[in-house]
Design a binder for this molecule. Structure first.
Ligand code: NGO
Length: 531
């Protein structure tokens, strides 16, 4: 099957992608002799050319990697995915020959950037070529999806393990493709966070934003202010025991995320959403009286004391310790719903706090209310409004974007994973409306905010707030199937965007989720294969 003509140039031949999108029909065959069509991947690749005979993984297959730590690590990761289900040894070796090859830094990969890759499949092997290990890793995710869904099982399966012949060339539309997990409203263990990281990696998400503090809980140990975690982290929504990450546990999350090529973006929300901190240290309150811990779900009632010098000692210590733990570029300072802080105080607070983030070597991200103050040079604003947010509020964000503030788009009535799908969804909230699968996919980040230049858009992020989310089953039910759609908005070129083609590719993912034990919502909008 020829899905389109040979790509004359690596980037920009967008027509080809559209062709790849519409030529994909039918769900992934179970482990039969028919390989998964080369274009049946989420997110949709930049270009796909089906050609020639498939490759078959057998007991003799070797994973051949370049002699570099990055390529070897991706090779070992791939072996860990493939060994249990295939039952094969799949040794990882630096010797050349037939098999699955992971190669860094060839000429043809250069144009595909730091995260792009090229995958060539034929009778003698599958070769993934990339400039950086991140590209090899994303190529491996594509390879997984080209194998039968049973490859995801943890016990030996019959096979055969065929990869369709041809070439995939791929690179992301945006460099920022995020998912946020609110570990404050309900606490999630390191193991639960790692499980979610693995699911994000499947869809080439590259940022994990952790909402580490809010009214209901402070979740990260800070040595200079120990009661933040021990007292402020001791409960959660509903009154359960909460919890917090020790510095070692946080480092474990950062390392695990890095092993899946995700960068952790930590958030300390301020000056509002700070009751857990205010309850832990009386001196942080303007009246010097610590409030009770809070286990409800109201927002907007708490504020740091903007006039007190100790507030800035606190902010400096927290940002310094958190920045030292975080190898990533960003530090998110919240700034949403500061309803108990006057506008003048809000502006003054942000004037003082943003330079602290810069002093410790990080780039500021704030919720889009930060554009009501003066965003620091290089700062990113995360938009969480709705389609019908007032024109004035959108204009304020667009103006900041024209002045150089980068945008991360998280429109709440599109990509908030905590919104109910329908009125019957047992979990989630509905303040931003009901968000079915099509609604979460069917919008264009490049053209979303009137008056904001497309070049200001750095990417998209799907936040999952956890007022009603208690465990991994809940996370998965709300994230799947919307998360892969947000991932596609962030990765795939704009002309590939097509709900009718997407819903078929999405449906074909369901057997993978079942093999991985991922709970998901069987939206009637998607033509799922029989379970
Ligand atoms: C809002 C609010 C959060 C809530 C969330 C629930 C932002 C940025 N602030 O989003 O505190 O948890 O809605 O959907």
């Amino acid at each position: 099957m020829r899905q389109h003509h040979r790509t004359p140039r690596l980037l920009g031949t967008l027509l080809l992608v559209v062709a790849a999108g519409i030529s994909v029909v039918g769900a992934a065959p179970a482990a039969t002799g028919v390989p998964v069509p080369l274009g049946q991947v989420v997110p949709a690749p930049l270009s796909v050319e089906a050609k020639g005979a498939p490759y078959r993984i057998t007991g003799d297959t070797r994973i051949r990697v370049d002699d570099s730590p990055g390529a070897r690590r991706v090779g070992e990761y791939l072996a860990d995915v493939l060994r249990p289900s295939t039952g094969y040894r799949l040794p990882v070796t630096t010797r050349g020959g037939d098999g699955i090859r992971l190669r860094l830094g060839s000429n043809s990969a250069r144009a595909l950037g730091d995260e792009g890759y090229r995958l060539d499949s034929g009778r003698s092997g599958v070769t993934i070529t990339a400039r950086k290990a991140a590209g090899l890793f994303h190529g491996v995710q594509t390879l997984r999806q080209l194998l039968p869904a049973a490859v995801e099982k943890r016990s030996a399966q019959p096979g055969p393990w065929l990869v369709a012949g041809g070439t995939v060339k791929d690179a992301p539309r945006y460099g920022y493709r995020g998912a946020m997990l609110d570990v404050s409203r309900h606490f999630f263990t390191v193991a639960q966070v790692e499980r979610y990281i693995d699911q994000l990696a499947l869809y080439k998400i590259n940022k994990l934003h952790l909402h580490l503090s809010d009214d209901q809980g402070w979740r990260i140990a800070i040595d200079s202010w120990p009661r933040l975690a021990t007292h402020g982290g001791s409960t959660q929504v509903g009154g359960g025991t909460g919890g917090f990450y020790t510095k070692d546990q946080y480092r474990r999350i950062v390392r695990y995320a890095a092993s899946r090529h995700l960068e952790v973006v930590p958030e300390i929300d301020m000056p509002g959403h700070t009751n857990a901190a205010l309850a832990s240290y009386a001196e942080l309150n303007c009246d010097g009286v610590a409030p009770e811990l809070y286990t409800g779900t109201e927002v907007g009632f708490s504020s740091l004391c903007v006039d007190k010098p100790v507030t800035y000692d606190f902010v400096d210590d927290v940002i310094r310790e958190l920045a030292a733990l975080t190898p990533g570029r960003y530090l998110h300072i919240g700034g949403d719903e500061a309803h108990s802080t006057s506008h003048a105080d809000y502006v003054a607070f942000m004037e003082r706090v943003q330079p602290v983030v810069a002093r410790y070597g990080k780039t500021v991200i704030g919720w889009h209310q930060l554009t009501g103050a003066t965003p620091a040079k290089g700062a990113l604003a995360q938009y969480w409004g709705l389609d019908d947010t007032s024109a004035a509020e959108k204009a304020q964000v667009a103006k900041a974007a024209r002045n150089g503030t980068g945008l991360i788009l998280s429109p709440a009535d599109r990509v908030y994973l905590d919104m109910k799908y329908t009125a019957d969804t047992p979990l989630g909230l509905d303040w931003a409306g009901l968000v079915e699968v099509r609604r979460s996919y069917d919008w264009d980040p490049g053209a979303y905010l009137p008056g904001a230049p497309a070049s200001a858009v750095r990417g998209v992020e799907a936040p999952l707030w956890t007022e009603t989310i208690l465990n991994s089953d809940h996370i998965e039910y709300m994230a799947f199937p919307r998360l892969p759609g947000v991932a596609e908005l962030g990765w795939s070129p704009a002309p590939a965007h097509d709900w009718d083609a997407y819903k078929v590719r999405l449906a074909a993912q369901a057997p993978r989720w079942e093999a991985l034990g991922i709970d998901y919502y069987r939206s009637p909008q998607v033509p799922w294969p029989a379970p």
